[in-house]
Design a binder for this molecule. Structure first.
Ligand SMILES: [Zn+2]
Length: 235
């Protein structure tokens, strides 16, 4: 059997690979201390349906070696957000002392896992290019720009909600988004030229910016917020 991620010939695939890492579900588990396990709902924007499960979502999607490696990125990113080595500005925050490749690999990995799980998120071209970005040490922060948004309001559904990767559109751009722990990760996929505001606020090799928004709003006002943030960051 061929592992779809590393293309190596393996006996079998790992039995329980989480689509989003297990630790993103901890908040939900902890919020419900009763003996009864909470029921999670996965809202699938692509198929417009909500699936219920007792635990996180997992599947047979990669070999054990890929699973072991992927856990390093999951752990790295979880620790990065937990350490809160953050410098606060009015409209945005900056995470200091981060590793660009590991951060980018974590976000790309979540997209790849969702694709391997439902087998229809990406076309062959985008799958191969994102896979290449994940497997190799290419220092590229421009081809697939990533914007990270932090939701501040505690009563927003997305503050605690978990949303696996799905397609969305921001302006003319096609993006893949996913959310957990009050963060919204937006990866620009379309191949046409990225506008200046996207370039300004994207995750860069030497700068990890998070755009602070009160709550998750509709796509139109969302673009306006991002453009405003881009002007402030540029100064
Ligand atoms: Zn593999």
């Amino acid at each position: 059997m061929i592992c779809p991620l590393c293309n190596k010939n393996v006996k079998e695939l790992h039995k329980r690979s989480h689509i989003l890492p297990d630790n993103v579900y901890q908040k939900i588990y902890n919020k419900n201390p009763s003996k009864e396990k909470p029921r999670l709902s996965e809202i699938n924007f692509q198929n417009k349906k909500s699936i219920k499960a007792q635990t996180g979502f997992y599947g047979k999607i990669m070999c054990s070696e890929c699973e072991r490696k992927s856990q390093n990125y999951d752990d790295y990113f979880h620790k990065l957000l937990k350490d809160k080595n953050i410098k606060e500005y009015t409209k945005y925050s900056e995470i200091l002392n981060f590793n660009f490749k590991k951060t980018q690999k974590y976000i790309v990995l979540c997209i790849l896992r969702e694709h391997l799980y439902q087998k229809k998120l990406l076309n062959k071209n985008y799958f191969n290019r994102l896979k290449n970005l994940y497997l190799n040490d290419i220092n590229d922060d421009e081809t697939f720009p990533i914007i990270i948004i932090r939701i501040l309001k505690n009563n927003d559904l997305f503050k605690y909600g978990i949303c696996p990767p799905y397609w969305d559109r921001i302006g003319d751009h096609r993006v893949i988004r996913f959310s957990h722990d009050g963060f919204d990760f937006v990866t620009f996929i379309s191949s046409h030229k990225k506008t200046l505001w996207v370039k300004n606020i994207r995750l860069k090799k030497d700068q990890f910016i998070m755009i602070n928004i009160k709550n998750r709003t509709d796509t139109r006002s969302f673009k306006k917020i991002l453009k405003t943030a881009s002007k402030i960051i540029k100064k």
